[in-house]
Design a protein around this ligand. Structure first.
Ligand code: GLA
Length: 393
């Protein structure tokens, strides 16, 4: 039941072989960038909150080389089609949609004065798409890393993540926070990334206890973040802050939210309660994890999920079901905590559990979920991995 993670080396050789088939040349530049899972701190990266994701060992790989022209010719596993971009022009949003992530990142480099030489590239991914695991941030940061290789330049990591975030805002129409691109760019093996989204400071926190396993359960249910649900939530939080008359959510207490409950009105009062609660839960979770206090950490993850379900309303019945199954397995069955992860409206849950019971837990999650929904979920374990990097350069 527990899926194996495809090895990055295999992914790279498969990509290089397909590149050769499609472009009849040898790829000289190879970039890889991971997706992410978030342990806690959801929908507060755009509220000056704290988030605690890590880069997973699933990657978007881009292989390619300069082609001596002024065109980018890009192809992916999605279809045989080769998308052609005219690099003499500033990139704009266009069709097909998947290429917008690349156009947006290329535009970021163009806006910084880079003259991008023509190139051929092929993209292969082991990050499940639409699963709340940031396949789009992985594609953006892989593109940025590929361009670094092509231009023989290195961007500051923060600048690179922000360039990718801007591409997501302007070319994919999703007003996301900084979590996904930061996780994909700053990821390190055996480290969680605790991000203070007010200062934009990522802190790498050790996560190397072999007795702990993080299971990711993809419900295989997907709703587009760009369809308005995400933007609407973000707007609610902005309106809430304005009504509270504060400059930052970090200056708001739960007593402030209670005192202004009627004035905030529904649903902004509940959205506000989520933000304030989730900020303090994330701080408490980081402290609990540092002292291996799982009896505190588990209930914090549970409270995070309940708040996302009831107050922020970004969960869905499949995510709730997957979390419910994990809760039933419980501490005695090896589950420490479970919650939805990422933007929501479908996607994945994250289950922190004891390694020796992880395989049995995955089996129960998969079979109970399938029994109730008729959908076969995708369940795999993940460890914190290396962020965006060039391979063999
Ligand atoms: C998406 C966004 C992130 C973050 C999460 C929710 O993944 O891209 O910036 O807001 O949703 O925590």
């Amino acid at each position: 039941m527990l899926q194996l993670n495809p090895d990055l080396t295999d992914l790279v050789s498969d990509a290089a072989a397909t590149f050769m088939d499609r472009f009849h040349g040898i790829a000289t530049i190879t970039a890889a960038a991971p997706g992410r899972v978030n342990l806690i701190g959801e929908h507060i990266d755009y509220c000056d909150g704290f988030v605690m994701p890590f880069a997973i060992d699933r990657y978007v790989v881009i292989v390619g080389c300069a082609n001596g022209t002024t065109q980018a010719r890009i192809s992916s596993e999605v279809s045989d089609e080769i998308v052609v971009l005219d690099l003499t022009l500033p990139q704009e949003v266009g069709e097909p949609k998947w290429a917008n992530y690349l156009r947006g990142v290329i535009r970021g480099f163009q806006d910084r004065g880079h003259n991008i030489p023509g190139f051929d590239a092929f993209i292969l991914s082991s990050v499940p798409g639409g699963a709340g695991l940031s396949s789009s941030a992985a594609l953006e940061s892989a593109t940025a890393t590929f361009l670094e290789g092509l231009l023989d330049t290195v961007l500051d990591t923060r600048e690179k993540a922000l360039l990718c975030q801007k591409a997501e805002h302007e070319f994919a129409n999703c007003p996301c926070g900084i979590m996904d691109q930061f996780a994909s760019c700053f990821g390190k093996p055996n480290r969680l990334i605790l991000i203070d989204c007010q200062t934009g400071e990522p802190e790498l926190i050790p996560f190397e206890n072999p007795d702990l396993t993080v299971l990711i359960s993809n419900t295989m249910v997907h709703h587009e973040l760009s369809d308005g649900g995400y933007a609407a939530r973000r707007k609610h939080t902005e309106d809430g802050l304005a009504i509270l008359g504060k400059a930052s959510w970090r200056d708001v207490s739960s007593a402030d939210v209670q005192a202004h409950w009627e004035k905030l009105g529904d649903p902004i009062n509940r959205r506000s309660r989520h933000v304030v609660g989730e900020i303090s839960r994330t701080i408490a979770a980081a402290a609990a994890l540092a002292r291996n206090d799982f009896e505190t950490l588990g209930p914090l993850m549970a409270a995070s999920h309940d708040s996302l379900r009831d107050d922020f309303e970004v969960s869905c019945k499949e995510l709730d079901l997957m979390v419910e199954i994990a809760r039933k397995i419980g501490r005695s069955g090896g589950v420490i905590g479970a919650r939805m992860t990422g933007g929501g409206f479908g996607g994945s849950t994250v289950t922190l559990c004891e390694s020796r019971k992880a395989s049995a837990i995955a089996t129960t999650l998969a079979s109970e979920y399938e029994k109730a929904t008729g959908i076969t979920p995708q369940i795999f374990a993940s460890r914190p991995s290396q962020g965006a990097h060039l391979i063999g350069k």
